[in-house]
Structure formats: C-alpha cells, structure tokens
Design a protein around this ligand. Sequence first.
Ligand SMILES: Cc1cc2nc3c(=O)[nH]c(=O)nc-3n(C[C@H](O)[C@H](O)[C@H](O)COP(=O)(O)OP(=O)(O)OC[C@H]3O[C@@H](n4cnc5c(N)ncnc54)[C@H](O)[C@@H]3O)c2cc1C
Length: 393
Amino acid sequence: MTRTRTQVGIVGAGPAGLTLGHLLQLEGIDTVILEDRSRDHIEARIRAGVIEQAIVDLLVEAGAGERLQREGLVHHGIELQFAGERHRIPLSDLAGGRAIVIYGQTEIVKDLIRLRLEAGCPLHFDVEDVSVHGLDTERPLIRYRREGRDEELECEVIAGCDGYHGVCRPSIPAGVLFEFSREYPFGWLGILAEVAPSSDELVYAHHERGFALSSLRSPELSRLYVQCSPDEDLAEWPDERIWDELQTRLGLEGWTLAEGPILERGVTGMRSYVCEPMRYRRLFLAGDAAHIVPPTGAKGLNLALHDVRVLAEALADWSRSGSTAGLDAYSDTCLRRVWQAEHFSWWMTQMLHRPEDHDPFDVRLQLSQLRYVTSSDAAARSLAENYVGLEMV
Ligand SMILES: Cc1cc2nc3c(=O)[nH]c(=O)nc-3n(C[C@H](O)[C@H](O)[C@H](O)COP(=O)(O)OP(=O)(O)OC[C@H]3O[C@@H](n4cnc5c(N)ncnc54)[C@H](O)[C@@H]3O)c2cc1C
C-alpha cells in the first residue's frame, strides 16, 4: 500500500471536480483528482450545454474560458412553442442584459483536463475501488487501486464530486442526511445530429404527443430531445421514428427541421433530488453528488459549478486565515440556490411535459400557464431571471 498526502482529495473528474481542482490550484492549494473512468470516456460524454452568464464569467476569470469565449454561442432568448405557435422570451431584455452561452459540458471538461495536465497537477483516470475512510477524524483517507497497486491518499478535506451514483454520499453515516426526491414518469430521448440547427435559439415545445426540445452544440451540431418513458428501449427508436417524432412535435407551418446523421443517442430518466446538509465533517459534497434536477431548466451543470465556487472560496479562506466560517456556511449557502433551481426545473418540467394520463384538466392548466408566461411581462421576467441564473450568493 502506497500512502501519499494532499490538502484536498477530489473524487470525480466531472465539471465539479475539475473546476474545483482548477480554482484551488489558483489559490495554491494542493489537490489530487481521482476518476474511475478513462479520459476518453469522460471527454466523449455528451451532456449539458447551456451555460449561465455567471458561470461563463467564473471560468473566464479563472483562465479556463479562452475557447469558451471563442467558440461559445451567446443566446439572448429562447422560444416556447404551444398550440401551433412560437413565442420568444427575450432573456437578456428581461434579465438585466444577462445571456446564456451554448458550449458543451464535454468541451468544458476537455479544457479543464488540458489545463490541469499542462500545470502538472495530479489527475488519475481509471482508478478502481475508490472508497473514503476516517470521516470522523482530522485526516480522512481515500483508498483506491491504480495501475494494479493499492494506494491511500491522506487528506485534510475530501470533496465528493462523484455524481449521483458516486461513493462519497453513501459513505456518510446513516441518519446524518435528509434526502428529498421526486421521480417523474418520463425521460428524454436525446440525439446529437450532424446538421446545422434549424432555429437560431432553443425551442421548447409543448405538444399533445409529448415535449420536444430543439437545441444545439455548435453551428454544425444539433442537439434534439423528445419526451419518452423513463425506461424507453432505444432499440425501438430507429432513426426514422426519431425524426418523425421530432418533426411532428416541433413542426410549424412554414418551418421544417433539418435532418442529418445521428452521432449519439441516449435516454435519460428525470429526477429531482437534494440531500441536506451537503457536508459531513471534512467531507464536502458538490454537484450531482448532492443534488439532481430534471434537465428542463438547464441547471444541473450550472449548479455544480456554483457549488465548487463557494467551496473553493471557503477552502481558500480556511487555508489563509484558519477561519472555518466559509466552510461552516457552505451547505446553507449552496442549498439556497439549489432549492431555487429545483423549483424552477420542476416548474418548467410540469409546464411542458405531457402528463402521464394526459388528464385534460392538467393540459388546460399547462396551456394557461404558457399563455401567461408569453403574454405577461412579469411572468416572462421571472422565467428569464431563473433561466439565465439568479444573482444570489
Ligand atoms: C445523461 C445525462 C444527460 C444530461 N443532460 C443535461 C442537459 O442536457 N442539461 C443540463 O443542464 N444538465 C444535464 N445533465 C446534468 C449535468 O450533466 C450534470 O448536472 C453535471 O454533469 C454535474 O456535474 P458533476 O461534476 O457534479 O457530476 P458528473 O458530471 O456526474 O461527474 C462525476 C464524475 O465522478 C466520476 N465518478 C463516479 N463515481 C466515482 C468513483 N467511485 N470514483 C471516482 N470517480 C467517480 C464519474 O465518472 C464522473 O466523471 C445530464 C446528466 C446526464 C447524466
């Protein structure tokens, strides 16, 4: 067994773990990042792509936003489609000039990995059997196997950035965490297609056959989704059926959806989940390890990066001054934003998705809500503020 030491042991090289490692490196704090998948795997994983202005600013200020600024597509509005019409929500006009940027999570991950490896900071891929120990002590440990050898990493603090299915949260003793969750009776079938997006802005479509979303990753790549069941069998969705369904749900007179080769496809179930607190002694949870939102509000990636910004500042303060005030406030500070995003994501989801039993009463309520959001300045402003990201600590 080889034993090494670090100040902050980070489990998981997703957006949360990599960004935390980068921010702490700028503060002169030692970190080791452990990731149980390969670099190729995490650099190819297609996930989120709508980045809030505040997160763009965070990455740019941290020196990790050069390509994001060059290649990211700034969007100032989104469209809501229902009852055969599209209505634009002018996000920037309604939210103090703030915008969103379209830039794939995968690209953020690639940028952060490159920066970390160039800086010579430890980032170990393909580690096995990761486990955390000694959480009740001043020196918690991470144990894992790397290249066939057992290793032990002694830490001052462990950051659990290992996503919803990671090992950190389940290692917290029973009875410490309160968990809140909601399962939705539907999922999203998502594709990445090699074709220029057919609309300039994202289109969120309410349709009697179910929700659909027209999004993009670049001027050459469309990202499109249809509502499906959470356990939908992809084998039953040949390309033709996917395009037919998208054409039907997104279709409008005088507008057609351009089709192209499908490069990637997958089904994601939808869930809301929060654990409180996001900390147990010297173990801090961040990102999907602590909370999940349905993707309708485009908040998952953004929340993960808000968490690690707060955590990095608290750790830097602790390291400089010895004060634990920031660390003690970490969970409460993050949870205020988390619950705001949970509410917004739930609200967007229930407004836009076909209810399980297609209850006509529920559908009328959805349409009424959509009409209100697209006709009232106050209601549209509320959507816009949440979508671009609320200015809260
Ligand atoms: C399929 C899918 C599609 C999504 N689509 C969207 C979207 O369209 N829009 C949106 O806003 N959000 C989307 N999300 C949510 C968004 O991608 C997440 O909120 C975001 O990835 C959170 O980042 P994270 O770093 O907290 O967690 P993750 O990205 O999950 O990163 C956790 C990392 O930890 C690693 N790990 C796990 N267990 C261990 C272990 N035991 N040891 C070491 N490493 C471990 C994982 O391999 C992973 O690299 C999607 C999520 C999924 C799963």
